[in-house]
Design a protein around this ligand. Sequence first.
Ligand SMILES: [Mg+2]
Length: 378
Amino acid sequence: MTADLRVELPAEDIEGLEFAAFLAAADASLSNLAHKRAPLRRVVVSADVPRASVCPLGGPERHPAAVGLRAPVEWNTVAAIHVDEAEAAEEVRAAIGGDSAALRRLEDRDLLWYAPQERPSLVAELERGKAVSSGSLLEPFRVVLFDLDGVLTPTAEIHRRAWSALFSEYLSGRGAAPFEDSDYFEYIDGRPRNEGVRALLASRGLTLPAGEPSDPPDAETVAGLGNRKNSLFTSAIAADGVAAYPGTADVLQRLAQADKSLGVVSSSANARAVLEAAGLVELFDVVVDGQVARNEGLAGKPAPDTFAFAAVRLGAAAGEAVVIEDAVAGVAAGRAGGFGLVVGVDRGTGAARLINAGADVVVGDLSELLAYGYNGRG
Ligand SMILES: [Mg+2]
């Protein structure tokens, strides 16, 4: 028991102080669970260690019950292990994502007690926990559906430069404030193309008629400016090509060799052109892009419709398919569609936001799908 905790809670007896320290440890274990390979259950391991093997922790943020370790804790000193029951996983997920109501519900939940001797069976049970265990993450699934921008190819940057080129010229011709990087994130990123045009123009007090989808790139309409951005984007990829993230083709080939059906589901109208430029198009059995969505009347992400359409095309039920996404809206689409597994790829959005949107697991890069033990031989 730390002296700091006694000062903090002078009215508590030793049992009360121990319980306070226990709850603080359960809380602290949540931050470890944001790690992508952890099961979504809080774990507290209680051990009897000599006072000399712990030391005070510095720093204003530390909990009064927290101590540092001078030496590793041996398993033979462990007195008890407490773990959330499996039903707590959804609340753990929400709490990691910053949902404070879920955190309070979790704090009211009792952890289950295990004797130290039960550790091997407990570990096996946690390992079986879906998706969050190590092992063959994608193995149970027949179909894998990938988002494009930010998952397979770093095309967001090319989009951003095309927007910048469009509006730098357009705004200077009208004496409006010049286009800034922050404008992209504020008015354009994540919106359908023409809505981005409209929002950016509105920010400068400009309005244009909507126009028609077939308007030429030099038309003074919202659709015309949208088409101009699109032609800047397509000429950039035609001129410079597109390099997929390193290792992407290798991951896709291994999955294809293991008889997975692979699909791309992208809001971009240029998905096929990007896949061709990146040399990946042959690896996919289906591509559902913005054009397909329009022709089929499918709602865009975060609605699950485009992913569901791709799964049906590949003859799979949602539960047999994996969705791999880097955007909050895309992860939410995978969750809403009841897919068998939703993998978030954290290219800067943050693991907590992806988990909170419904990702079962978060990786930093597709190569980690293989690191989970998937060797491509099924
Ligand atoms: Mg994306």
